[in-house]
Design a protein around this ligand. Structure first.
Ligand code: FE
Ligand code: FE
Ligand code: ZN
Length: 295
């Protein structure tokens, strides 16, 4: 089967000693056709030099397995807050870090990096979005790659920004380089933010009206441990949360999203990654209830 037919994959890890080669092997072991990874630890900005990460070996394996490299996604570390309205020094740090991270993303042959837009910390979304757009302008002015930043839709936990399609559109339109920006739609986050995820066509229609479906570069396919509008951001395995398998499967196979990579970020169960089973269920379009014991 051609790997490009159904763009499904998961978060994959990158660890010593195999690094990117190990990441690609992990994706293949789940029967994925795409995947997402961090170029270092998600919770800090320490980064190993690219020449130590077995990138060439990983890319060779991707080629042998017919992966479309343009559908492999990098996720920026989630500690940076390029929207921080209070601390210019921390914004500047985020800008410096993102410039290096875009270069690293290009070094893996990838075209897209997902970014959490950040937190307003009480200053309100408008002030934070203005700061974020200044940061994005600075990033793109220093950047020499063609990597796009995909702004992730957030759940509304704490003082997150980017929790409505309007806010995401405001971020894109306020940047001097909107052609460098896209969107990552996280199903758990939009449901937690208050959208009716079960009306898939209505949701995509609204996304198209406010942002434009041509901006949608990634879908994070997660169930949610909490009901609509809970603002919690706790991911659940497919079919075990409030979104349910049917809706998630419909999104995975939606004709408007054929070219958009769908990435699972569901939790490990009994210390084991669930991705092989979840990908098999999505490929078969059939929920198998047995793999998780009932608690
Ligand atoms: Fe994320
Ligand atoms: Fe996500
Ligand atoms: Zn999340």
């Amino acid at each position: 089967m051609d790997k490009k037919d159904f763009l499904i994959g998961s978060h994959c890890s990158m660890n010593s000693p195999e690094f990117y080669l190990g990441t690609v092997r992990e994706a293949i072991s789940y029967d994925s056709s795409c995947f997402m990874f961090y170029t270092g630890a998600p919770q800090n900005s320490f980064r190993k030099p690219l020449n130590e990460l077995k990138i060439e070996e990983g890319r060779r394996l991707l080629k042998e397995n017919n992966f479309d490299e343009s559908k492999i996604i990098v996720h920026a570390p989630y500690i940076i807050n390029p929207a921080n309205p209070d601390r210019k020094d921390l914004r500047d740090m985020s800008v410096d870090f993102m410039v290096r991270e875009l270069k690293r993303t290009a070094g893996f042959g990838c075209k897209t990096i997902v970014l959490h837009p950040g937190n307003h910390l009480g200053a309100g979304p408008d002030a934070a979005i203005k700061c974020l757009d200044e940061s994005l302008n600075q990033i793109f002015e220093q950047d020499g790659t063609d990597v796009k930043i995909a702004i992730e839709t957030m759940s509304g936990k704490g003082s997150e920004i980017g929790i409505t399609f309007e806010q995401v559109a405001q971020i894109i339109n306020g940047c001097k380089y909107p052609e460098r920006l896209g969107v990552c739609l996280d199903t758990c986050h939009v449901s937690d933010a208050g959208y009716d995820i079960h009306d898939v066509d209505g949701l995509l229609n609204e996304f198209d009206k406010i942002i434009g479906l041509n901006k949608l570069l990634v879908v994070h396919l997660n169930d949610s441990k909490n009901p609509r509008a809970a603002h919690k951001d706790r991911h659940e395995n497919l079919g075990y949360g409030y979104i349910g398998f049917e809706t998630l499967n419909k999104i995975a196979h939606h004709p408007l999203l054929v070219n958009v990579p769908k990435i699972l970020e569901t939790p490990y169960y009994n210390d084991e990654p669930p991705y092989k089973k979840e990908i098999a269920m999505l490929r078969g379009e059939n929920f198998l209830d047995e793999w998780r014991e009932k608690s």
